[in-house]
Design a protein around this ligand. Structure first.
Ligand code: ATP
Ligand code: MG
Length: 570
């Protein structure tokens, strides 16, 4: 049946450039239409939000095309790699919501295979053992503007190369004394092609192969082979590997093995954030943060502890898309994704961060009322709960002003406001600390006719405040977070100086004496709430049975952006 010409054309959703490449490959029948990707972290640090972009892309493509995605540890450098990183990476990828089924792979599992392939290249006259030191090798390599020089060992015979390479493996030579190099072209305009090192001698134990090896493969040699062994169809990496692609291709062509397609995309950078694993490691080692999972860190474990959901990270990765040019994403984009998700799922509660005592003078001394409060206006199925109301309450200190400016509509002397789900109250008197002049208590009256927060005579108030009942309140600690850095690009090389100088001294504010409604008394670590008017919070594992600790995940609005605008006079 043909479509009538007037029928509206359904627009296909736009495809990113990686999907376009895969679409074309499948159309051409490449790899029998198979799609198999991998996420290949090196276990030398914890995963961060940049890795999440790569994880969502690789695992996402596998889902979209009915293909597969491997989780593979690119563990070829024993010096920086540790078992604790392997464990955390597995936990984080799983937490993000992805499944590699039985395909948990390790580059180190292929060390034997890589060695055999290297022997193959020696036999083909395409690799040689070189005795130049690291400094000499660098010197011989030349520069971007001048060609390199051939190593004096470049024309060693196959037999001698085989013998020396075997003895390198057998541990006969000290670290750094020899390398195995590919014989390509010392005059290539691409420096990566100037006889790159394939193996180095390193007498170091490996977290998986232990003392079995004292030669270790270099990244470019190892990576393509790992992809090939796993029959990866599309090997997706970040843009800085673009000029490594000719080498990736050269190795696989020289061996004549299965040849995946390398595709490069732009890495994620975020404002007010450093994303380099080396810098994140320094933050941890120099104790500039509390650890890899400090809620201010851009690591997945830090974001998790802060209360960020995997759903919001996936939504963020979707929103920013995949492109071929580098750009820095505003961290507010991530925070907005977090707000949108938590708005749907976080139950509302009342908590007072900076308590100010309020006595309702005309409310009976020992009376307690259980008032109905809505758990989530976005989700009627979340139902309601009871919140106790009594004569003495706490409200937020900043919700009262003795001399209110024109646009301040909250509580002031003689003024009436609504207490959420409760009553209208009017401030009658202010009690101050005699020595400091600080306001320590308010004396108020309530109107019994306004129960539930509505006035029968249609009287209007301009503000609704959250509150907790003093004798029912639970004591909690609240930790508020700000950007970890004060500069949008903390490690910009333009201004010079050390990136640590841009650390924000006010990135963490601890409020040890907050008050919350009794429903929070047994809240378990990892549980998320919206504190009405104050933001989204998540219970921290530092909580004890005496005192719950809450991390603020994100405020309700982007107050940083507003403050910046205000400062700029906009
Ligand atoms: P290293 O300097 O240690 O190589 P790395 O950040 O590249 O650091 P890997 O563990 O090698 O860390 O990264 C695993 C995968 O995650 C790689 O495919 C890499 O391209 C990708 N990746 C790393 N950082 C980002 C980022 N900021 N944005 C997108 N992808 C990233
Ligand atoms: Mg890397």
């Amino acid at each position: 049946m043909s479509t009538p010409p007037t029928a509206p054309q359904k627009k296909a959703p736009s495809r990113n450039f990686v999907q376009q490449i895969i679409d074309a490959d499948r159309k051409a029948g490449k790899n029998g239409g198979r799609v198999h990707t991998r996420f290949p972290p090196e276990p030398n640090g914890y995963l961060h939000i940049g890795h999440a972009k790569s994880i969502c892309l690789n695992f996402g493509l596998a889902v979209q095309y009915g293909g597969k995605c491997n989780l593979r540890f690119d563990d070829t450098n024993p010096i920086k790699e540790e078992e604790q990183y392997v464990r955390s990476i597995i936990e984080d990828v799983r937490w993000l919501g992805f499944d590699w089924e039985d395909r948990l792979c390790y580059g180190s599992d292929y060390f034997g295979k890589m060695f055999d392939c290297a022997v193959d290249l020696i036999n083909k006259g395409k690799a040689y053992v070189c005795d130049l030191t690291a400094d000499q090798t660098r010197e011989y390599r030349g520069t971007l503007t001048s060609p390199g020089k051939n190593s004096p060992f470049r024309d060693r015979g196959v037999e001698e190369n085989l013998d020396l390479f075997e003895r390198m493996r057998a541990g006969e030579f000290p670290d750094g004394s020899r390398t195995l190099r590919a014989k390509i072209d010392m005059a290539s305009p691409n420096l990566n092609m100037r006889d790159p090192v394939m193996y180095r001698i390193l007498h170091a134990g490996h977290h998986r192969t232990s003392e079995e090896w004292c030669i270790y493969p270099m990244y470019d040699w190892a990576h393509g082979l790992e992809d090939s062994v796993e029959r990866i169809t599309h090997s997706i990496c970040t843009l800085e590997f673009e000029n490594h692609r000719p080498l990736y291709d050269w190795f696989l062509d020289a061996l004549g093995v299965f040849h995946p397609q390398q595709i490069e995309f732009a890495r994620l950078e975020l404002t007010y954030t450093v994303m380099s694993k080396r810098k994140l490691l320094e933050l941890v080692q120099e104790k500039l943060v509390g650890g890899w999972d400090d809620p201010r860190m851009p690591t997945l474990s830090g974001l998790r502890r802060r209360g960020v959901t995997p759903e919001s990270i996936r939504a963020f990765c979707d929103r920013i898309g995949v492109a071929k040019f580098n750009s820095t994403i505003d961290i507010a984009t991530l925070q907005n994704c977090v707000r949108e998700d938590l708005n749907k799922r976080a139950p509302r509660v009342m908590g007072v961060l900076r308590p100010l005592r309020v006595v309702i003078e005309n409310y009976p001394e020992n009376e307690v009322e259980e008032l109905d409060a809505v758990n989530n206006p976005e989700d009627p199925s979340a139902g309601t709960r009871k919140v106790p109301f009594s004569r003495v309450l706490y409200i937020e200190h900043e919700d009262f002003m003795e001399e209110p400016p024109r646009k301040f509509f909250r509580l002031a002397l003689g003024r009436e406001v609504r207490l959420r789900y409760a009553y209208f109250i009017t401030c009658r008197d202010v009690i101050k600390d005699e020595s400091t002049g600080e306001v320590v208590e308010l004396r108020c009256s309530y109107d019994p006719a306004t129960r539930g927060g509505d006035s029968p005579d249609g009287r209007k108030v301009k503000a609704t405040l959250h509150w907790v009942s003093e004798k029912h309140a639970v004591d909690i600690e609240v930790r508020l977070y700000n950007h970890l850095f004060t500069k949008e690009v903390p490690d910009s090389t333009e201004e010079g100086g050390d990136w640590r100088e841009n650390l924000n001294p006010e990135s963490l504010e601890v409020l040890p004496s907050c008050k919350a409604e009794p429903s929070l008394a047994n809240a378990q670590p990892g549980t998320r709430f919206q504190f009405e008017r104050k933001g989204y919070f998540c219970v921290d594992p530092d909580s004890t049975s005496e005192k719950r600790v809450f991390n603020r995940t994100v405020s309700l609005r982007d107050s940083w952006a507003r403050a910046q605008k205000k400062a700029a006079g906009k």
